[in-house]
Design a protein around this ligand. Structure first.
Ligand code: DP6
Length: 366
């Protein structure tokens, strides 16, 4: 059994190695889609229940962190951020907050002036959250700098601390470091699972779930009316919260068995129930809100009809928005793609969709 890491283990200890004068690191970091949803958190960015996600492949953020030693002793991290080549002042507060939160674990970051260059493979206004891949990419760049200061750290520690730091930026970012399935949050049946960071799903995955596809139907590309942060906070006073958190634990136990035994029917039931429960929590929050659109429901009904008619293993999941993630096994690629193009695209904004699949995790670009 590996050693469970505690918060203390993540505090960088000065080992006397001189900090580099300048340099840069680049990471390509994927987005992820939760199968068991994280909805509800407590300070400091800890989940109220464990979640598990497929790491994606085509949806990613590419981030370069350039660093130059600064002459002055700064209390706060100095940085500029460029998004798709343009200086982005409005991204600054979120990143500033992130740097402030991680400073106690990576104190060397105040020795530098940083320039961050970032871009996403998916359109910025696609309704696809970029905080998971974006925060994970930045955390990985900071970890590359730590690795230069302490080359003895293991790959496992590197990934766990990257996930730990990313989590402080955005909860779901903790699941964007490794592939193909990542668990974040403590669960009795999952060895080594932790609220502090994500881990690779530790059991063997049945072949039925290898190379799973996720076609993302862009139903509404506008800004969400209610942010995830607000939605999470409403779980503090939600009348059904405790039951929901319990249910997530039970669903993860069931899904763990299903991922090992290959029962696709049961997989579908768990996933769709999780997606609808997430939105049911939104519908029953105080104040209540709805992020699904009429076309979200039309797509769900079409998927159910198609499944009943063809015995396909197609299913859907949703994140905190109107877009629909259509999941299906590799062997149904042809028939499901045809169904999507013929029957589902009319419900997408400007017929837009993204073909993605399960991926292997973040990669450093040298
Ligand atoms: C519905 O990770 O975006 O996608 O921690 O406040 O940044 P913050 O929230 P975020 O919440 C994700 C919610 C979700 C479910 C999930 O990804 O598990």
């Amino acid at each position: 059994m590996n050693k469970m890491l505690t918060e203390q283990d993540f505090i960088f200890k000065n080992n006397g190695i001189a900090t580099p004068e300048n340099g840069s690191f680049t990471w390509k970091t994927p987005s992820n889609i939760a199968l068991i949803k994280y909805w509800g958190k407590r300070e400091p960015q800890l989940p109220e229940n464990p979640s598990i996600s497929f790491t994606l492949d085509a949806c990613f953020t590419l981030t370069t962190l350039e660093f130059t030693k600064c002459k002055l002793n700064n209390k706060n991290v100095q940085f500029d951020i460029f998004f798709e080549g343009k200086k982005k002042g409005d991204f600054k507060p979120k990143i500033e907050k992130f740097f402030t939160l991680i400073q106690q674990y990576v104190p060397f970051i105040t020795d530098y002036n940083f320039v961050i260059h970032s871009r996403n493979s998916f359109p910025h206004s696609s309704g696809i959250a970029s905080s998971a891949s974006g925060m994970a990419a930045l955390a990985l760049c900071v970890m590359s700098l730590e690795k230069q200061l302490n080359p003895t750290i293991t790959d496992e520690f590197f990934n766990r601390k990257a996930s730990f730091l990313a989590r402080l930026g955005s909860g779901s970012a903790s699941r964007s470091i490794e592939g193909e399935l990542v668990v974040w949050g403590n669960h009795n049946d999952i060895e080594d699972s932790s609220d502090l960071y994500g881990i690779k799903f530790p059991s063997t995955i049945h072949d039925n779930f290898k190379n799973y596809h996720d076609t993302i139907l862009l139903v509404d590309k506008g800004e969400k009316q209610v942010s995830s942060t607000v939605g999470h906070n409403l779980m503090h006073t939600h009348p059904f919260a405790e039951k929901r958190f319990e249910q997530a634990h039970q669903n993860l136990s069931k899904l763990k068995s299903v991922l090992q035994n290959g029962n696709v029917k049961e997989f579908i039931t768990i996933l769709e129930s999780e997606a609808l429960t997430l939105h049911a929590m939104m519908l029953t929050s105080n104040p209540y809100f709805i992020l699904m659109k009429p076309n979200t429901l039309s797509i769900i009904n079409k998927i159910w009809e198609f499944r009943a008619e063809t015995n396909s293993s197609i299913c859907f999941t949703l994140d905190a928005g109107a877009n629909v993630h259509v999941l299906f096994p590799e062997k149904e690629k042809k028939s499901v793609n045809q169904f999507i193009v013929n029957d589902l695209l009319p419900f997408c904004q400007n017929n837009h969709y993204i073909c993605d699949r399960v991926g292997l995790g973040a990669k450093q670009i040298k």
